[in-house]
Design a protein around this ligand. Structure first.
Ligand code: ADP
Ligand code: MG
Length: 703
């Protein structure tokens, strides 16, 4: 560890900050002087000039000076004190609800006061309620030279305490030029016309009166942008360097023997697409190294990612290492289990399954086989990576539909499965394309491969947007559809996060549809059913023993039934575009025509109309993701992805989104020309260091 910068000193170094105040500051995440300086005002007050009473109007906030004319103490029916003051231009009432006798005694007629507060219309004209006031003595100047910051507070902490502390911290750090060093290279600062760190912090904590309230409130101040940019940049660097660091570890080289590969492919009823072949080659090249692969495979729904994963698994098994494949839901894990069992049948290698639902003897048996290495290929849910689980020789970890897991979960897996100083290769798959600008904050710890092609013979899904008044028509269509021996999904969504309500809604819908469509065989699947029951229903649907599957959004990811070509989604206006695209990806998996009906609840808001329109116009997940970003903003998207909100100190994904465009180039410049600034930047913004990247990730991501 390098020597502590003065800015890293604890706040208790400041006069007036005892242990009690320090504890309150801690609640705001403030421990050091630097934390204090990065705790920015939420707004400002203008006390740089005195307003004439005659110029005031309700709704204004102003600094006023005047002489006390008289004080009116509480009488019948009124419990407040009114103090009338006057200046050369007029009179103003000050109203106090809380007051002490001593306070009233001080307000003798003739006393000069300066008051700051909000103005409103009272019974007797304009009044200021509970102003901050001060008694003025001859020669006192009540004005301040800069705007007054108003900081976010916590219980028991006074605005004045925080202001005094910040003023001291600014003095301490800036009296000594090395105290709060500017680590952002001058080249970057000049390129974007950013102020230095000192200038930026001074501007934000004590803005000159020449700065307009508008420019301070609109979030566009270069001083603010500079800090936000530095924070985004550092976050990106943290992920980037985490990747570089992880890659210095040892991993077993996995090679895919050509004969085994040809044999495997020969068993498939189709040929790989060119995109699949390219991505498989990229994975093979990575896994052949003695350093770990960290690769993300992005591919639209139905692009055939599972098979790519299967070939990676084959390489590991071929080389004598274990493989763990983790899926976000029980349903999807089971589907993978069945697919892999089929694909690997000719190899004679057994496929194992582990989830929270597997209990007792079966569980103990699987755990034992994983620990002694006799289980080569294990598929399951996150149960695979609980503490009680041990692998013998784990060579490859595959994570499907990664967007359903948090970034933290993904990173936690890196430490897991280390054997003899070697770490497993990692393959991460997602069908939710993430726009380039956001990928930089979420996936720059991974190399990215894209499957940009669907298997041949797929007919694009035709999407219609239909108001729920035409529900009867839609229901009639199901009966015709089932008559043609084709299957359909009916997806129930609810805005309430309550799973129970969602499941009840699905149950009611299934009952209603069954009454209305007695000739149609209807199945129901939702998150509250027992795994075995769910499984039975899904199996029946897959085998065509049921025509219509009523479901909650549990079927969102990965479920594959090619004969199902019609999907009705209720209340689609309540879901994000990417989620809708995922849902819709359940149909259009065969070569037959398929349809998606978005049954919305009228009236539709303007943005709702736009969003559903995008879905109707496009079948391309990447296009949809970009539009989704445009419409909802990055904050919303990253939040909804359940990737664990990234806790930025100053940057705001929505307000500062335009900065994201420039982060990558700046990071390259830093790595090339100023690598020495990386560690200090990381320390400044994350408190972590590269000595221990796991700690670093932990600090970056834990709220
Ligand atoms: P996703 O990328 O959404 O995970 P899947 O891996 O579930 O997609 O594949 C979707 C369907 O396409 C599966 O039925 C799979 O067997 C099939 N499939 C995969 N690759 C090909 C291919 N090259 N040609 C034809 N069908 C394929
Ligand atoms: Mg999939």
């Amino acid at each position: 560890m390098t020597q502590r910068e003065p800015a890293q000193l604890p706040v208790t170094r400041l006069t007036g900050i005892g242990s009690q105040t320090a504890a309150r500051l801690q609640k705001l995440g403030i421990h050091t002087l630097q934390d204090l300086l990065f705790h920015l005002p939420q707004r400002y007050q203008d006390r740089t000039r005195v307003s004439a009473i005659a110029s005031l109007a309700p709704g204004m906030t102003a600094l006023v000076c005047g002489q006390v004319e008289y004080v009116d103490t509480p009488q019948r029916g009124r419990n407040s004190v009114i103090c009338r003051i006057g200046d050369a231009s007029g009179l103003l009432s000050l109203r106090f609800f809380h007051f002490s006798v001593q306070q009233i005694q001080q307000l003798k007629p003739g006393t000069q006061l300066s008051c700051f507060g909000d103005l409103r219309m009272g019974f007797n004209g304009l009044e200021m309620v509970h102003p901050e006031y001060r008694i003025l003595h001859a020669g006192d100047d009540p004005t301040e030279t800069s705007l007054t910051p108003v900081y976010p507070l916590t219980e028991g902490l006074a605005q004045s305490t925080l202001r005094k502390a910040v003023t001291q911290a600014l003095e301490l750090c800036f009296s000594d030029t090395g105290a709060l060093k500017d680590w952002l290279p001058a080249a970057i600062r000049q390129q974007y016309d950013y102020p230095t760190l000192t200038e930026a912090l001074l501007t934000l904590h004590s803005p000159p009166p020449t700065l307009s309230a508008e420019s301070l409130a609109n979030g566009k101040l270069p001083a603010l942008k500079r800090l936000a940019f530095e924070e985004f940049l550092t976050h990106h660097l943290a992920l980037l360097l985490g990747k570089q660091h992880y890659k210095t570890w040892q991993a077993p080289a996995l090679t895919l023997n050509d004969a085994a590969k040809q044999r495997f492919l020969a068993e498939l009823p189709f040929r790989l697409t060119a995109a699949q072949q390219r991505v498989i080659a990229e994975i093979e090249a990575d896994c052949g190294q003695t350093h770990p692969m960290l690769r993300l495979v992005q591919g639209d729904v139905g692009s055939g990612k599972t098979l790519v994963a299967a070939l990676a698994a084959l390489a590991a098994l071929n080389s004598g290492f274990q493989v763990a494949l983790m899926a976000p839901t029980e349903l999807l894990a089971e589907q993978h289990f069945r697919n892999f069992s089929q694909w690997f049948a000719h190899t004679g290698l057994p496929v194992f399954f582990l989830s929270g639902q597997i209990k007792g003897k079966a569980r103990a048996g699987t755990l034992e086989a994983m620990a002694n290495g006799s289980a080569g290929l294990v598929i399951g849910t996150h149960a695979l990576f609980q503490d009680s689980v041990n692998f013998h020789k784990l060579g490859l970890v595959i994570i499907d539909e990664q967007h359903r897991f948090g970034v933290q979960q993904r990173l936690a897996l890196r430490a897991k499965g280390q054997t003899e100083g070697k770490v497993p290769h990692q393959l991460v798959m997602t069908a939710t394309p993430i726009p380039r600008t956001l990928a930089m904050l979420q996936y720059s710890d991974l190399d990215i491969s894209v499957i940009d092609e669907l298997p041949p013979g797929r007919t694009p899904v035709t999407t219609s947007v239909i108001p729920s008044e035409r529900r009867a028509e839609v229901i009639a269509r199901i009966s015709l559809w089932a008559g043609q021996k084709r299957q359909a999904y009916w997806v129930c969504t609810l805005i309430e996060e309550s799973e129970q309500l969602q499941c009840e809604a699905a149950e009611n819908t299934a009952r209603y549809l069954q009454e209305t469509l007695p000739g149609v065989r209807i199945g129901l699947v939702h998150g509250r059913m027992k795994a075995a029951d769910k499984d039975a229903v899904m199996q029946a649907f897959k085998q065509g023993e049921c025509d219509l599957l009523v479901a909650t959004t549990v079927i969102e990811v990965g479920v594959d039934v090619p004969n199902a070509g019609l999907m009705i989604i209720e209340n689609p206006e309540r879901l994000g575009l990417s989620q809708l695209h995922q849902l819709r990806g359940r149909v259009g998996r065969g070569s037959l025509e398929s349809y998606c009906l978005l049954l919305y609840q009228a009236p539709l808001s303007e943005s709702g109309r736009q969003r559903l329109g995008i879905l109707r116009e496009s079948n391309d997940g990447f296009v949809i993701a970009e539009k989704d970003l445009e419409l909802r903003g990055p904050g919303e998207i990253i939040g909804n992805r359940q990737t664990g909100q990234i806790p930025f100190k100053i940057a705001d994904l929505n307000r500062d989104r335009e900065l994201l465009e420039h982060v990558q180039a700046a990071a390259q410049l830093i790595c090339r020309d100023h690598p020495e600034t990386v560690q200090p930047l990381l320390r400044r913004w994350t408190g972590g260091s590269l000595q221990n990247p796991d700690d670093l990730f932990h600090t970056v991501y834990s709220p």
